[in-house]
Design a protein around this ligand. Structure first.
Ligand SMILES: Nc1nc2c(ncn2[C@@H]2O[C@H](COP(=O)(O)OP(=O)(O)OP(=O)(O)O)[C@@H](O)[C@H]2O)c(=O)[nH]1
Ligand SMILES: [Mg+2]
Length: 621
């Protein structure tokens, strides 16, 4: 008897906390399964294909690939590990039949491991566990093995799920073994576990066509592209199919759904997307032909419009205002600067960035953009500036909600910090006033402590840079959205004031030399500044207006050369994420393809004084 065709497919998602080695493992799987030509030059972490992913060394967008092993096609989805993209991972779990959970052999399960594992177990998926990076000198694979089992029990794993195979792997070396005393030599044990333990897709290839849109892609030729697993039946290019509106699962009685022809159909193979004429139940495909493709909608055969349970897209938790650049230097460095161009670009982003929201405001120059976290929003801004856009951004604010009794709620995060024991004190001291509550403290050894907190998302704004300074760069912190909780009340803002340039001009070394004793500068000699631009951080509270363009007075006496050679501390590098965390309500970030500047919303010192006075009067009344 012929084997059923679905028996020859396995659909697997690789899930983990950020940096635990997913993409590196996919490299090795591709290599060992022969997806590359002999002596083909392939970059490291080849799936991290977009420039920002490469630059930052993280995966931002989930990606599909497929390899063949002993005649079976294994569709693999490499997912992002950063918490801001957890919602995407959750959606992807709907198109696979099994998950590979990777856990770093030294770090152990982290907040994001817990999140994705919980989602996978709740969907009934059967996990394979890879304790990864066993080559690390501080690896403790047996301890981590126990911790993962503990996590499974905590999350109410079923008996079958608890029976998961555990492999010890090194993504980098491309090895896996079931027993530590027999070091692995390749990934065979992993491929074998995938064939044995990931259930084959169950869909009937002879039933009426049905497929859930689990993720989206976009191309300027084809428009929106739906990616998902075919649940049932088969589909051909040119077929007339229905795209059902969102709603309850079951037969759609109202016949008003859209129908259209499938224009293109792709399956995955190695690094490529391969155009195919037909695909059938169990395979993961990319399909185009409808402008209105949305996550969670169901494609079906027209004669059998049976809807699958949808997928909720996660709600945004923070917002910023994106404002047309109106600084004195506006338009000098960017190609696209008008409110029209900005608006078009932001709305275009909604085509592919499903967790993003864009809203108009009272001013045509300002749009409110909301997303899942600072990285989510930061990546959009970084992408836009690379495309030639110039704009300004406000301080992020959390999105509040009303509770059942009309009370105000705000987002809370789970924060995990790993620090050497000596720094525990300073971390707790700083987090206290930020309204955090410690929920767990563990001592995994090696002189490190792991502290877990529940903290309002607002309380974390501006903390990362303090944390790095306080722990001399030795600490690691991660946070992820937990839930909504009661509004925590006012929180203290930035402790130190800033130095504000009091006039336009060119920054001069002499001026910085005089200022640097009581400040950390953000600018260097030769930089252009304008009135109201932030030039540095004061060592004290309260802002200072300063002249960073001040030349040394020329006297009749010739100065000695050494007099003019001021030795300057290097300026603080202001990155986009740093700026987002750093600024206060009365400040903006000016973003251009070349520069990131901080500025006061109100540029002249006089107007700022007036505004401050008015605010005091308003407070007093
Ligand atoms: N020592 C060691 N390092 C590894 C191993 N696997 C990956 N790494 C390193 O860990 C870092 C992160 O690897 P990635 O493969 O990008 O991790 P990831 O899980 O895909 O990360 P995200 O996609 O951002 O969540 C890189 O610097 C890798 O070289 C391993 O087995 N051993
Ligand atoms: Mg990755």
């Amino acid at each position: 008897m012929e084997p059923r065709e679905t028996a020859l497919i396995r659909n697997l998602a690789i899930i983990a906390h950020v940096d635990h080695g997913k993409t590196t493992l996919v490299d090795q799987m591709l290599r060992q399964a022969g997806a590359f030509r002999a002596n083909q030059q392939v970059e490291e972490r080849v799936m991290d294909s977009n420039p920002l992913e490469r630059e930052r060394g993280i995966t931002i967008l989930a990606k599909n690939t497929a390899v063949r092993w002993e005649g079976t096609k294994i569709n693999i989805v490499d997912t992002p590990g950063h918490a801001d993209f957890g919602g995407e991972v959750e959606r992807i779990l709907r198109m696979v039949d099994g998950v590979l959970i990777l856990v770093d052999a030294a770090e152990g399960p982290m907040p994001q491991t817990r999140f994705v594992t919980r989602k996978a177990l709740a969907l009934g998926l059967r996990p394979i566990v890879a304790i990864n990076k066993i080559d690390r000198s501080d690896a403790e694979p047996l301890r981590v093995h126990d911790e993962v089992l503990g996590l499974f029990i905590d999350l109410d794993a079923t008996h079958e799920q608890l029976d998961a195979p555990f492999l010890y792997t090194s993504s980098r070396a491309g090895t896996a073994t079931a027993e530590l005393k027999h070091p692995g030599t390749d990934l065979r044990p992993l491929f074998q576990a995938i064939l044995d333990r990931v259930p084959e897709p169950t869909g009937d290839p002879d039933g009426p066509f049905q497929m859930l849109v689990s993720t989206l892609d976009f191309s300027s030729f084809l428009g929106r592209i739906a990616i998902g697993r075919i649940e049932r039946g088969r589909v051909r290019v040119g077929d007339q199919v229905a795209l059902l509106p969102l709603g309850q699962p079951g037969l759609v009685r109202d016949e008003s759904f859209e129908r259209n022809r499938v224009t293109k159909l792709y399956t995955f193979d190695g690094l490529n997307r391969v155009e195919v004429e037909e695909a059938r139940a169990g395979d993961i495909v990319a399909l185009s032909g409808f402008e209105t493709i949305e996550i969670g909608r169901t494609f079906t055969a027209v004669e059998c419009p049976e809807r699958l349970a949808g997928i909720a897209v996660e709600e945004p938790t923070i917002s910023v205002d994106v404002i047309v650049n109106n600084s004195p230097f506006a338009g000098r460095e960017g190609k696209y600067v008008t409110s029209r161009q900005l608006k078009d670009r932001l709305y275009r982003e909604l085509e592919r960035n499903v967790a993003l929201r864009v809203e108009e405001t009272d001013s045509p120059d300002t749009h409110t953009v909301s997303g899942r976290g600072e990285l989510h929003l930061g990546i959009l801004m970084e992408t836009m500036r690379r495309e030639g856009y110039e704009f300004q951004v406000s301080r992020p604010r959390v999105i509040t909600k009303l509770g059942d009794d009309g009370e105000r709620l705000e987002p809370y995060e789970e924060l995990t910090v790993d620090v050497p024991e000596d720094y525990m004190g300073v971390v707790m001291e700083k987090l206290g006033p930020r309204r955090s509550e410690m929920s767990e403290m563990r001592n995994p050894g090696q002189g490190m402590v792991r502290l877990t907190f529940r903290i309002p998302a607002r309380g974390l704004f501006g903390y990362r840079s303090e944390f790095l300074t306080d722990t001399r760069g030795t600490g690691i912190m991660h946070h992820r959205f937990l839930d909504y909780g009661p509004w925590a009340g006012p929180l203290a803002g930035r402790k130190r004031g800033v130095l504000v340039a009091d006039r336009e001009g060119i920054v001069v070394a002499f001026a910085l030399g005089n200022l640097q004793e009581r400040a950390q500068m953000f600018v260097s000699p030769g930089d252009l500044v304008y009135e109201g631009m932030v030039a540095g951080e004061s060592s004290r509270p309260g802002d200072l207006d300063v002249n960073v363009t001040k030349e040394k007075k020329l006297t009749n006496m010739r100065t000695t050369a050494s007099d003019e050679n001021v030795i300057l501390e290097p300026p603080r590098q202001i990155t986009l994420e740093y700026a987002l965390e750093y600024i206060e309500e009365d400040e903006l970030i000016e973003i251009t393809p070349k520069t990131i500047r901080l500025r006061k919303r109100v540029l002249t010192a006089n107007d700022r004084k007036k505004a401050a006075r008015a605010a005091r009067v308003a407070d007093a009344s």
